[in-house]
Design a protein around this ligand. Structure first.
Ligand code: NOJ
Length: 585
């Protein structure tokens, strides 16, 4: 979080090449293998084959003209989401909230903020989504509540209040200063003095977001009950916010100071005593038990910007009993087109010890959009397709962010007075906040891009909306949207892309990232070649070690045009920033 940071489409018959090596003598080998594969797939939980799409509800579709997106707006766009090829939507928080952090400051965990609609609207969304085979994933924010939550109001009312221990309260130090040097992720001290009781409370994020005390069993019970409330309403799981911040060192050790200052003018520190404490895993195991008690394999997705893949892999749990899908910020934040960097990270997570499912994404509501971060300013649209292929052709559950399929770009506020996100106000001009990646969805070229009938949507619609929008791009077979749609359809229809192993190729190549997706045994294989450089490249593949005997690859999807003809593996040319996805045998 906040590391602020052609086309040729041939339809391939969906023949599943079956593993001949079956041991069941009484049945014809092919039948047995087919049976095993079908069984295996039916045992796979849905989230292993799903494509998940994040919706920032304020910005997706406004149905009532107040300038802010809402639940009925999302429901009205479910056909678009379905036609795109999405299996599940994760919706950022819609709970009642004073909206200091636009919903990540919750004042009631079991209700819907009237700004977004009603519980009945939510139930309607879930049932309409279900009709289209789309699951709904809630955002869940366990680390902190709003300071307007009744629990905090009680907690702050007196030192002896029964809810006092639901939050982290401490005395100041001997100098009358905050208890220690811990800093908020959003700037300045993480402690706020509350004059009513003359103690400080701890807030990892804004001062209006006091941290809950997860060492208190009553807090755990209340939060697990909130999860059950939504599971009973049919949600397919949770994206769990800021999980690594749940615990702080009870002895209040100062965090180590690092050289330099951050965007807020504070000394840099390592959040050693407030991040990734081991007790986090105990809570994740408990949460997993909560979701496991409900039918339909509900999923837990964790937000945690782990410092390396080894730490990230711990989120699966030693027995794969914690988070099914830990968001991979390492890959999201490579921030340059580097074949070696992506290869190393993909290899590392793909081989994690517990066999956890990788979960990749590039953009979200906290990160500048990928179009800007990976684009070179000249070939951004082609690079958008390259990034789409990296996301959707690797072995992982991919997570998209609304509008990435259009090539939406980050559009930061030009003036401090236009900023909505408080961190942009605290850190201006170095830190302009996250408004730029939260601008309204670009549906068409009409006023406000079809997002809202209001005179003034909560954030302005970027000028790029006149060209980059759903209607315009749906009519252009070379658009970014058309590429995403083809790729999503290919991923759905090609067993090797959906389920196949990830086999890195040409690992010394510094420009071109190549890999094979292959079903076990003699299964179908698909070659993916991504030229991450601004020069055309000619490379060679020897795939014999992977059981591929043929000398050519047949394109299934390529951008820009590589041609409809099959391509020789020993003399394989790929254009600058080119994508090739093709079958080999
Ligand atoms: C992570 C969320 O993604 C971000 O938007 C929010 O500001 C912080 N957690 C605090 O809840």
């Amino acid at each position: 979080m906040l590391n602020r940071a052609k086309f040729l489409f041939a339809t391939l018959s969906l023949v599943l090449w079956l593993d001949a090596g079956t041991s069941l003598a009484q049945q014809p080998p092919q039948q047995s293998s087919k049976h095993e594969q079908a069984q295996q797939k039916s045992q796979d939980p849905w989230w292993k084959h799903a494509v998940i799409y994040e919706i920032y509800p304020r910005s997706f579709q406004d149905s009532n003209g107040d300038g802010v997106g809402d639940i009925n707006g999302i429901t009205s766009r479910l056909d678009y989401i379905h036609d795109l090829g999405i299996d599940a939507i994760w919706i950022s928080p819609m709970y009642p909230s004073p909206l200091i952090d636009f919903g990540y400051d919750i004042s009631d965990y079991t209700a819907i903020d009237p700004l977004y609609g009603t519980l009945a609207d939510f139930d309607h969304l879930v049932s309409e989504a279900k009709k289209r085979n789309i699951r709904v994933i809630m955002d869940f924010v366990p680390n902190h509540t709003s300071d307007q939550h009744p629990w905090f109001k009680e907690s702050r009312s007196s030192r002896s209040n029964p809810k006092r221990d639901w939050y982290i309260w401490r005395d100041g130090n001997a100098m009358g200063q905050p208890p220690n040097n811990w800093q908020s992720w959003f700037g300045h001290s993480a402690w706020k003095l509350d004059p009513a009781t003359n103690q400080y409370y701890y807030h990892h994020f804004y001062t209006e977001q006091p941290d809950l005390n997860w060492r208190n069993p009553q807090v755990r019970k209340a939060m697990y009950d909130a999860m059950r409330f939504w599971l009973k309403r049919g949600v397919a799981g949770f994206r769990i916010d800021a999980v690594s911040r749940l615990f702080e060192d009870p002895n209040l050790h100062d965090d180590p100071i690092l050289p330099g200052k951050n965007a807020y003018g504070d000394p840099n520190i390592a959040h050693k005593y407030t991040d990734n404490l081991p007790e986090v895993h105990e809570v994740l195991r408990e949460m997993r038990k909560v979701v496991n008690a409900y039918p339909g394999n509900p999923v837990m997705i964790s937000e945690a910007d782990e410092p390396n893949i080894a730490e990230l892999a711990k989120m699966y749990g030693a027995k794969n009993d914690e988070v099914q899908l830990p968001m991979d910020f390492q890959i999201a934040d490579v921030n340059k087109l580097s074949a070696p960097d992506f290869r190393r990270l993909l290899n590392e997570i793909d081989r994690n010890a517990v066999g956890g499912q990788p979960h990749y994404f590039f953009s979200n509501h906290d990160q500048p959009r990928q179009w800007d971060r990976y684009g070179d300013g000249v070939h951004n649209d082609q690079i958008a397709k390259l990034m789409a292929a990296l996301l959707l052709a690797t072995r992982a559950t991919p997570l998209m962010y609304y509008g990435e399929e259009l090539g939406m770009r980050t559009t930061e506020p030009a003036r401090k007075e236009d900023v909505q996100d408080p961190i942009g106000k605290i850190g201006w001009p170095e830190e302009k906040g996250r408004d730029g990646e939260r601008t309204p969805m670009q549906w068409d070229a009409s006023t406000n891009a079809g997002f809202s009938a209001s005179q003034r949507p909560w954030l302005p619609v970027p000028p790029s909306a006149s060209i980059y929008n759903v209607v315009a791009e749906s009519q252009d077979p070379k658009s970014i949207l058309a590429f995403y749609k083809r790729l999503l359809a290919l991923r759905r229809n090609e067993p090797a892309l959906r389920d196949g192993r990830y086999l890195p190729l040409n690992q010394e190549d510094t420009n071109v990232l190549s890999f094979l997706r292959k079903e076990p045994g003699r299964g179908e294989a698909i070659l993916v070649v991504l030229n991450m450089s601004a020069e055309p490249r000619t490379i060679k593949f020897d795939l014999s070690a992977h059981g591929v005997k043929g000398g050519s690859a047949n394109p299934l999807l390529a951008a820009p045009e590589i041609g409809a003809e099959s391509t020789q593996l020993n003399h394989f040319s790929v254009p600058a920033f080119g994508v090739f996805i093709g079958s080999v045998d």
